[in-house]
Design a protein around this ligand. Structure first.
Ligand SMILES: *Cc1c(COP(=O)(O)O)cnc(C)c1O
Length: 864
């Protein structure tokens, strides 16, 4: 039956629902019956916000005077940032509204990307670029007495992520918008993002990142969207008097509210604006009066405060699982709120549950959101009374799971008791999912008890654990790795039993990518302009195969020299940043060798610093008069955060700083070697660092780095790579050619044997490494006790990361780099050739692959 609509009620504002709250049919009906005068008034407003400088300046001033309640005389850069951001936000929201209405009217299938992290960085510059108004903004604020670059600097990073995984999610939502896909992100609005890192006496010191301090013009609080989320409690079984069947009901014991905050995500050169919805936790307004009356006021307040702690802080671990109850609470809170929202939106237009997978695709970014699988099954079975297997079929068609690591210490395993206490009904459902799954396996492979034990969702250990990866695989229709090597590895190692059960077709690869808008145009405007001039347009930003044409200019001397000049200026810019952060002077004429990423033993920053120490010793051992001729002057730059509880990673940071202290102040060395640790590596620093490398290091132990994405950012900006045959380095090599990358080290297929050898006590420390270890033990770089653990993990504890095995080959690759860098023109050519062939690594390509092979969604384009 058609719902009857009182359009006048809408016109008079009596109708409580928003435009997108209506069904498509309702919207059409309303449109026809709204009085002309009213419709014109709305239509007049629904323009594009501002289109010229005068309009922008008006809007800017209006925001300064009304939104901020300031004046011309007390408008500082921060206020200017807020006013400009609000002006752009106005424009964004108008387009956002239109986009969302279009999706509703088209009744299209939507993709929801569930990620516990979105490492967004700054929004203002990106919004100006994607809305194609940066020049206009620059002129306007200039006329109003401001410098656009200074204004941009006032924005704090939205650091709602740790590293690669969170940044990937950020690149993906940019590409979803740019590709006109109906795709939303769902995450958490942490009050404290990733901590800010200070270096004090060479040690990392963590400071809380209260990024919302001055408010956030980029979020739209949806305070009316308040979703109740329950925890704890009990499960009640009732018998349906008619059918005689038993029915389960979860009676939660503690309730909090999930409040929605929306972040509009503009696409590049399109009017499409998608949404990133982040949830914030609040206490319910229902106060526990019983406790209050019993005189237990403190306790009832404490419970309310506990509610707010759920989204208070991002867990600062990268590639490491830590089984804290609050983290599990975060996961369920986020997943339950998101599913509630998704289901509500689905039910607005559709009432037949078997259509759910035709209208909804949900992607799990790692296992963090795996409870969504359980929650959807609970909604369908307990609340909607669907039959178990009918519901389960809907669930598995809906979800896709992206794996991000094969490392054991990063795989989530939640203790059964913890889940049972926090989410008693969910634990029952997990057990039932497991039971039906194991029955299926038993049928396929009778009497293979060991297989059942290995694939079981429940690990029969003490205490028992729920293996989230197993649950995610069983609950999804497709599982993907993030680079070819990694996707092969998951099939042959951690998930090989599941390949046997489901067949290899369930497992696929989508090699990661990065958005060229942020990582080329925004980070490196001068290179972007140079390329645009040469290619005749900046279309390569959305059609990256066009970059290939750069190859035809490889002998164009003028072009090469301009290219080189851009790189040099980017190095000057980084030098200034280094000076301001560390007071170290570096010479931009020298080779910049950069390794910036989270500090992790598997990423082997320890090998990098050992190599630097070796180089320092070799320089010192070279007769003074030969040094200049023999050693290429080099600036070694390392940066990244260590998880606060990661002892070894913190020691690596201390060692880098201690080595820097000695080397940079050694008068014999001068400019031949500098060692810099850049504090507080984050997205906005990465935007300055990535365009300024000659060489960047991606030197993880083979088989440990799932993909890496900073390798792509660096090469996209014309820097070369020293790297292992690991992660996406493999595809990068294939695309840009073996001559343009410096590969070294053992291959992943040999890692297991080497580790086994070491465990058996067969370990050989190469002479070069012995030299380094001996020097460290002499105390040249400070107290040896400080670093003994780092050395012993290689020397006596089995060298799990194979530093001893790869060290010589690493030094050889470094020495090849020294030689090749001297032939400067050839070096520049390699950079150009690399950029020309990096098109594959656009996150637009990733999204197209996911859309086609996993999500089954299509672009929705406004008809004009
Ligand atoms: C791209 C990026 C990463 C990922 O770096 P990897 O070297 O691929 O681990 C981490 N942090 C920030 C700030 C980034 O921009």
């Amino acid at each position: 039956m058609m719902p009857s609509i009182d359009s006048n009620a809408f016109v008079r504002g009596k109708h409580r629902r928003t435009m997108t709250g209506f069904t498509p049919t309702e919207i059409k009906n309303i449109d026809a019956s709204i009085p002309v005068k009213c419709r014109t008034a709305w239509a007049k407003h629904a323009t594009t916000g501002f289109t010229n400088e005068e309009e922008l300046e008006d809007r800017f001033i209006n925001h300064v005077e009304t939104t901020l309640a300031r004046s011309m005389y007390n408008c500082d850069d921060l206020a200017a940032y807020q006013a400009l951001s609000n002006s752009l936000r106005d424009k964004l929201i108008l387009q956002w509204n239109k986009t969302q209405q279009l999706y509703t009217i088209k009744e299209t299938k939507r993709l929801y990307y569930l990620s516990l992290e979105f490492l967004m960085g700054r929004a203002l510059d990106n919004a100006m670029i994607n809305l194609n108004v940066k020049d206009l903004c620059k002129k306007s604020v200039d006329e109003l007495g401001f410098n656009l670059e200074d204004i941009i600097e006032r924005e704090p990073d939205a650091g709602l992520g740790n590293g690669g995984l969170g940044r990937l999610a950020a690149c993906f939502i940019d590409s979803l918008s740019t590709g006109n896909y109906p795709g939303w992100g769902y995450g958490l609005r942490y009050n404290y993002g990733i901590f800010s890192q200070k270096i004090i006496n060479g040690y990392q010191v963590e400071h809380p990142d209260y990024w919302l301090k001055f408010g956030n013009p980029w979020e739209i609080p949806r305070l009316e969207i308040r979703i109740p989320i329950d925890f704890y409690g009990t499960v009640q079984t009732t018998i349906d008097s008619k059918t005689g069947k038993s029915k389960k009901e979860w009676l939660g014991g503690e309730r909090v509210l999930a409040i929605a905050y929306d972040f509009p995500i503009p696409g590049f050169k399109t009017n499409n604006v998608n949404n990133l919805r982040l949830w914030s936790s609040q206490p319910t307004t229902e106060f526990d009066f019983q406790k209050f009356n019993e005189g237990d006021y403190d306790d009832s307040v404490a419970q309310q405060q506990r509610a707010e702690s759920i989204t208070a802080v991002l867990y600062p671990n990268d590639n490491f699982y830590q089984g804290k109850e609050l983290r599990l609470k975060q996961q369920y809170f986020w997943v339950a709120a998101s599913l509630h929202d998704i289901v509500r939106r689905f039910l607005k237009t559709e009432h037949s549950w078997d259509k759910f997978p035709d209208l909804v695709a949900i992607q799990l970014n790692d296992t963090h959101p795996t409870l969504a699988v359980v929650e959807l099954q609970r909604i369908l079975v307990d609340n909607e009374n669907l039959e178990w297997s009918y519901a389960w079929n809907i669930v598995t068609k809906t979800f896709g799971y992206t794996n991000h690591t094969v490392m054991q210490e990063a795989l989530e395993k939640w203790p059964v008791d913890l889940i049972g206490n926090l989410l008693p009904r969910h634990l029952e459902i997990i057990y039932d999912i497991n039971l039906f799954f194991l029955q299926k396996v038993e049928k396929l492979f009778p009497n293979d008890r060991d297989l059942l034990r290995r694939v079981s969702i429940v690990e029969e250990s003490t205490p028992k654990n729920i293996r989230m990866a197993n649950l995610a695989i069983v609950g999804s229709h497709r599982v993907n790795g993030v680079a070819e090597l990694h996707s092969e590895l998951i099939k042959t190692t951690i998930f090989k039993d599941f390949v046997k059960i489901y067949g290899a077709e369930k497992f696929t690869n989508v090699t990661n990518g990065v958005t060229f808008r942020r990582w080329l145009k925004q980070a490196n405007p001068n290179l972007t302009n140079l390329i645009s001039e040469k290619l005749g347009s900046d279309d390569f930003l959305t059609k990256p195969v066009l970059l290939k044409k750069l190859e035809s200019f490889i002998n164009d001397k003028e072009f090469l020299s301009k290219w080189d000049e851009v790189k040099f200026n980017n190095k000057v810019k980084l030098s200034k940043l280094i000076k301001s952060l560390t007071n170290i002077d570096v010479n931009p004429h020298n080779l910049f060798d950069i390794q910036v990423k989270r500090i992790h033993e598997y990423k082997r920053q320890q090998m990098n610093i050992f190599g630097i120490i070796w180089r320092y010793l070799q320089i010192k051992a070279t007769p003074k008069e030969e040094r200049e001729a023999k050693w290429l002057p080099k600036v070694c730059i390392i940066g990244g955060k260590a998880a606060p509880g990661y002892y070894a990673a913190k020691k690596i940071i201390k060692l880098v700083n201690s080595v820097g202290e000695v080397v940079n102040n050694d008068p014999e060395i001068g400019d031949l070697l500098k060692v810099v640790f850049i504090p507080d590596y984050n997205v906005s620093k990465a935007e300055i660092i990535c365009p300024a490398s000659d060489i960047s290091e991606h030197i993880s132990t083979a088989g440990t780095e799932a993909s890496g994405t900073s390798n792509m950012k660096f090469v996209l900006n014309g820097g070369l790579i020293i790297g292992t045959v690991d992660g996406a380095n493999v595809e990068i090599t294939r695309e840009i050619g073996e001559d343009n990358i410096f590969l070294f080290g053992n291959l992943s297929e040999d890692v297991e044997d080497l580790r086994y050898d070491h465990q058996m006590g067969r370990i050989e420390i190469p002479d070069a490494l012995t030299l380094v270890f001996n020097e460290l033990s002499k105390g040249t770089f400070g107290d040896y006790g400080e670093y003994q653990g780092l050395i012993d993990s290689t020397k006596v504890h089995g060298d799990y990361y194979l530093v001893s095995d790869d060290f010589e080959s690493y030094l050889e690759a470094q020495s090849t780099i020294d030689k090749e860098f001297k032939d400067h023109e050839n070096w520049v050519k390699k950079g150009v050739l690399s950029v020309a062939n990096m098109g594959f690594f656009s996150s637009d390509r990733c999204i197209e692959e996911y859309a086609e092979n996993i999500w089954n969604i299509e672009p929705i384009i406004e008809q004009v």
